[in-house]
Design a protein around this ligand. Structure first.
Ligand code: F6P
Length: 362
């Protein structure tokens, strides 16, 4: 009888998820001793009664590496450590159902689980591993905020999308002598903003890791204008702070704070501080997470999926796949979730940006 692998995708989606799924299914098929199943909407597919699980065959995953999103769906509302229930008064309460979840997965005869997700999902993986589940993590996020891996798939695609948008904003900023603010994602890390600013050639880059000052921004902007003519392009990360982080809309049952709106706060503050030029804001939002992954992300995601299968073959559980020093590797889940990957102020790209005249608003 063949061994059974369960694959799931949790948290926000990200270009490259399908390429990981395909690589696991193909590796398992070519090995011959495993079959692969997908749990719909992360662990919710297992928690559901009846369960929502699909068999993933090579036919089913043919060509999906090119597609954005995830064929097995995802959610950020299915944390088994804090699972939402409605009590008899109709109010939502949270319960840790992880023990029962592990038992259910084992009862369904799954030999191994691959959890493809960001830091929140990998924290769940680690808890389930401690409760006896044979689990492996595969890191995903457009934010590149996982410190255990040099880079995550999805990040390059997000940077490409943001850079394409930035390039378009440059031409309109220039025609109208305007200041254009592009707000990009990235949560508490400024990676997408920093890469976009360098790739696009921004005048100003504002990230959560570097404190900036409105007066000095106005000075930098005004210097670029001669008799009312000139233009400035600013990239700002959603997690950048003026006084504090700007929180967007939060949905019921979602534990993650949603950022968003700093671009418009910055516009108002620049105007109040005497910025003479017209300021416009573009918030890129989820466009950064959609569509087809760039080649690099497809390749990295495929290598991650293949490594996950290798770890299963070796029975090395409680690990997360990584890219380390340009080679695919793995680390313990415990270590993987221990640090957040902030932009280090001494990072070579900060130095590069400063050297070519990009201002961080200090
Ligand atoms: O972590 C990926 C990410 O896209 C962040 O950049 C962003 O802050 C967040 O997810 C948005 O989450 P949601 O899809 O729940 O709105």
């Amino acid at each position: 009888m063949k061994k059974k692998i369960l694959v799931l995708t949790g948290g926000g989606d990200c270009p490259g998820l399908n390429a990981v799924i395909r690589a696991i299914v193909k590796s398992a098929h070519n090995d011959g001793s495993y079959e692969v199943f997908g749990s719909i909407e992360a662990f919710n597919g297992i928690i559901a009664d009846p369960v929502e699980i699909v068999k993933l065959t090579p036919q089913k995953v043919g060509g999906i590496h090119v597609k954005g999103g995830t064929i097995i769906k995802t959610t950020n509302k299915g944390n088994p450590l804090k699972f939402p229930f409605k009590n008899k008064n109709g109010l939502i309460t949270y319960k840790d159902i992880s023990k029962d979840l592990v038992k259910k997965i084992q009862k369904l005869n799954f030999d191994a689980v691959v959890n493809i997700g960001g830091d929140g999902s990998q924290a769940i993986s680690y808890e389930l591993y401690k409760k006896g589940l044979n689990i492996i993590g595969v890191p995903k996020t457009i934010d590149n905020d996982l410190s255990a891996t040099d880079v995550t798939f999805g990040f390059s695609t997000a940077v490409q999308i943001a850079t394409d948008a930035f390039d378009k904003l440059v031409t309109t900023a220039s025609s109208h002598n305007r200041v254009m603010i592009l707000e990009v994602m990235g949560r508490d890390a400024g990676w997408i903003a920093l890469h976009t600013a360098i790739a696009g050639g921004a005048e100003i880059c504002l990230i959560p890791e570097i404190k900036f000052n409105i007066q000095s921004l106005v000075k930098t902007i005004n210097k670029r204008y001669k008799k009312g003519r000139g233009f400035v392009n600013i990239v700002i990360a959603e997690g950048a702070k003026i006084d504090e982080k700007v929180v967007g809309r939060n949905e019921k049952g979602d534990h993650n704070i949603k950022l968003g709106g700093i671009g418009n706060v910055l516009r108002r503050q620049l105007e109040e501080a005497g910025c003479q030029a017209d300021v416009r804001v573009a918030v890129l939002g989820h466009i950064q997470r959609g569509g087809t992954p760039v080649a690099y992300d497809r390749i990295l995601a495929t290598a991650f999926g293949a490594r996950a299968f290798e770890l299963i073959k070796k029975g090395k559980y409680g690990r997360m796949v990584t890219l380390s020093n340009n080679t695919v590797s793995d680390t313990s889940l415990k270590k993987a979730i221990s640090d957040y990957n902030y932009v280090n102020k001494r990072h070579y790209l900060i130095k590069t940006a400063k050297q070519i005249g990009i201002s961080f608003g200090q």
